[in-house]
Design a protein around this ligand. Structure first.
Ligand SMILES: NC(=O)c1ccc[n+]([C@@H]2O[C@H](COP(=O)([O-])OP(=O)(O)OC[C@H]3O[C@@H](n4cnc5c(N)ncnc54)[C@H](O)[C@@H]3O)[C@@H](O)[C@H]2O)c1
Length: 310
C-alpha cells in the first residue's frame, strides 16, 4: 500500500465498497481471454476510475500538515482577521499558537481550532514587549518543538488629525504595529534559521502604501512594516525563509465597524469590486503565502483591497 494516514483510510474504504479500483499492483488486470472490444472497453473504464481516484486523493492532501504556526492578535472572536487566519491554517493541517493581549479570548479561538482536529495553545502577551514576544516563541517550541509560520497580525488604530494627535497615540500605534512585528520576527528568526525554513507574513495595510487622513501614526507604522518585510526577506532568504506582507484595504471587522453605514457605503462605491472585504478574503491570501504554493515569492506586498489600490 503506497498511501498513509487519511488517504490510506480512504483507499481501504473504497476497496471495501468494491466500487473503485485501487492503484496498487494487486488490482487484477483485465483478463486476456475476453474478446478484444470488451477488453479495450474494460481497460478504458479501469483508466478512468484510476485517474478519478488520483484526483480525489489530490484534493485530500493538506497543504500545511505537520507545520506549526504562531498567529498574533488572533484572540478576537467573531470577525477578527487573526481568528480567520488561524482557522484557515488549521483547516490545512497546521497546529496553531493563538496569541493575544487577553488570554481568555485566545482560549476561545483555541477551542475552535481544536474542533477542527488540530492541536492549539493560547498564549497571552503584548507583542510590543520584547520579553513577551520571546515568551510566545518559547511556549510554541516547548509545546510543539518547532515553528514554521509566523503571522504578525496584532494591530491597533488611534486615529486623529496630525495637529491633534498626542504623543501617546503615536507611540501606542508604532509600538504595537511596527515594534511588535519586529519583536516577534526577531524572536522567531533564529529558530527558523536553524530549521533552514520558515514563512513570515506581516499584516500591513493599503494605508501604509497611500496614506490616509487621520491616520499618520497607523499609516507610518504600516509603511514601516512594509519596509521591515522587504529588509527581513533579504536577510533571511538564503536560509530558506520567505517573508511577505499583505496590505488589506477596508475589511469588515471590529476595526471598521466603528464607521457609520453611510461612510462604509461610500467607501464601497469607490472600490472597483464594489464591496468591503471579508476576513476570509485576507485569510486566503495569507494561507497562500504560508504554503508551498508561494515558495518562490518573498519580499512582496500583496494588496487585498478589491482593487482600491493598484
Ligand atoms: N480591518 C481592516 O479593515 C484592516 C485593514 C487593513 C489592515 N488591517 C490590519 O489587520 C490586522 C488585524 O485587524 P483586525 O481588523 O482583525 O483587528 P482587530 O482589532 O479585530 O484584532 C486585532 C487583535 O490584536 C490584538 N492586539 C492588539 N494589540 C496587541 C498587542 N500589543 N499585543 C497582542 N495583541 C494585540 C487585539 O486584542 C485584537 O484581538 C491589524 O494589524 C490591522 O492593522 C485591518
Amino acid at each position: 500500500m503506497r498511501y498513509f494516514g487519511r488517504r490510506a483510510k480512504g483507499a481501504a474504504a473504497e476497496a471495501q465498497d468494491g466500487k473503485v479500483l485501487r492503484e496498487d499492483t494487486s488490482v487484477a488486470e483485465p483478463e486476456a481471454s475476453l474478446p478484444k472490444h470488451c477488453l479495450n472497453l474494460k481497460i478504458q473504464v479501469y483508466r478512468v476510475l484510476v485517474s478519478k481516484n488520483r484526483k480525489e486523493r489530490r484534493k485530500d492532501i493538506l497543504k500545511l500538515e505537520g507545520k506549526v504556526a504562531i498567529v498574533t492578535g488572533a484572540g478576537r472572536e467573531g470577525k477578527g482577521i487573526g481568528r480567520y487566519v488561524s482557522l484557515a491554517l488549521a483547516e490545512e493541517g497546521a497546529d496553531i499558537v493563538i496569541t493575544d493581549y487577553v488570554i481568555e479570548n485566545a482560549e476561545k479561538v483555541v477551542a475552535e481550532v481544536q474542533a477542527l482536529g488540530r492541536r492549539a495553545i493560547a498564549v497571552g502577551g503584548n507583542v510590543a514587549v520584547p520579553a513577551d514576544a520571546d515568551a510566545i516563541v518559547a511556549s510554541a517550541l516547548n509545546e510543539f518543538g518547532r515553528v514554521d509560520i509566523l503571522v504578525n497580525n496584532a494591530g491597533i488604530t488611534r486615529d486623529a488629525l496630525i495637529v491633534r494627535m498626542s504623543e501617546q497615540e503615536w507611540d501606542a500605534v508604532l509600538s504595537t504595529n511596527l515594534k511588535g512585528t519586529f519583536n516577534c520576527t526577531k524572536a522567531v528568526a533564529r529558530t527558523m534559521m536553524k530549521q533552514r525554513s520558515g514563512r513570515i507574513v506581516n499584516v500591513a495595510s493599503v494605508m501604509g502604501v497611500i496614506g490616509n487622513v487621520g491616520q499618520a501614526n497607523y499609516s507610518a507604522s504600516k509603511a514601516g512594516v512594509i519596509a521591515l518585510t522587504k529588509t527581513t526577506s533579504r536577510e533571511l532568504g538564503s536560509r530558506g525563509i520567505n517573508v511577505n506582507a499583505v496590505a488589506p484595504g477596508f475589511i469588515q471587522t471590529a476595526m471598521t465597524e466603528e464607521l457609520s453605514e453611510n461612510v462604509r457605503n461610500s467607501i464601497a462605491q469607490n472600490i472597483p469590486l464594489n464591496r468591503l472585504g471579508t476576513p476570509e478574503d485576507v485569510a486566503r491570501v495569507i494561507l497562500f503565502l504560508c504554503s508551498e504554493d508561494s515558495s518562490y515569492v518573498t519580499g512582496q506586498v500583496i494588496n487585498v483591497c478589491g482593487g482600491m489600490v493598484m
